[in-house]
Design a protein around this ligand. Sequence first.
Ligand SMILES: [Zn+2]
Length: 424
Amino acid sequence: MKKILLIISLLVSIGCVSAQKFDSNFEKKSMRFDYFRTGNSNTELISHDHIFQEPHWGGSFINLIDTFNYGNYKFEVLDSVSGKLLYSKGFSSLFFEWRYTEEAKFLNRSFSESVIFPFPKNTVQLVFYQRNKTMDWEKQYQTYVNPKDYTIVTQLAFPSQSFKIHNNAPSDKALDIVILPEGYTAAEMQKFMNDAQRFKDYLLNCKPFDAYGSKINIWAVAAASSESGTDLPGENVWKNTLFDSHFYTFGTERYLNTLNNKMVRHLAANAPYDQIYILVNTDKYGGAGIFNYYSICTSDHENSDFVFVHEFGHGFAGLADEYYTSDVSTDGLYAHDVEPWEPNITTLVAFDRKWKTMLDAKTPVPTPSSSEFESSVGVFEGAGYQAKGVYRPKMECTMKSVRYNDFCEVCSKSIVQMLEFYSH
Ligand SMILES: [Zn+2]
């Protein structure tokens, strides 16, 4: 008993020291650095937009350094005097996917992006990284930010009412998800609140999220669009909505996204958040999920429960698509001679770093897609939009097929690790 008490008091004091570390470097609100990522299939550069001070900080006071090494990009916040690393986070972006499209071979485009970190007390160095061809980090851009700079916007750009629709845990010890309405008119705001409640249940009834209900806070922010629905550019349907979301992203009908990052972030700032989920008011099938960027899906398709958790697998846990028959234009997204960073696919280049320890000794690598291995964790060829050279952990999974509440063992483990990171 004494030993247990000693361990508990040790853990509490470690927590206090870490929280103190937060207090000595940061204030309990957020700094949002908006920038443009500009380029084409070969090059990209970062240019400044605006810096905002936001009233909430949804993240941990203790887990400030990213331990996952996921994402196509990452950023670091360092003390400008000592060079000490204070905060870091990996992420991906829509621009990264666009780089693999045909038009990126002959066009330049700019996408608005944001990074968010706790509001620093002193001048910090902000450093952006991208992965090179061998998947190692390469410094892309660096700048200094003085928190006392008077050009930092301290006014909330789009004040809106936020509602806590699930749980009441302290935000630093919980995963905070903010659900934003897209294509709901003022007359449809009650529908949005009902839809948000329904989607909350989709998440909390899905394994492994179901065991973490007390460690997940869900918020909904009310804001109306002028018109109902979303754009269908391929069908010449245009709606005047909050985020200007649209299907047909990069030529794929069901690929639903928004390029209006600033408006998304302005609205999200009304609640403390770790993850943004945009709910689009339509019965059409579609969505998107980009790691630590946003997740988006539609409200009223019969498979919306599946799409909601599938896209959150991307946006929250950095999971890759495990399917390999697809009309998504992502040629060359996964090179076969390097190990991808996503935890649930492998090229077998560095499988030791993936789910190798979860394999039964008798399971062959690669694993035949036969009924014998139907319920086994294995290494099945076909994943990441490619039939050959990329492998997935299970024959079926929520990240492969239209199957709600069926994350495979490897995806589930990755989700749990991420939930633990946010809730400590
Ligand atoms: Zn899976």
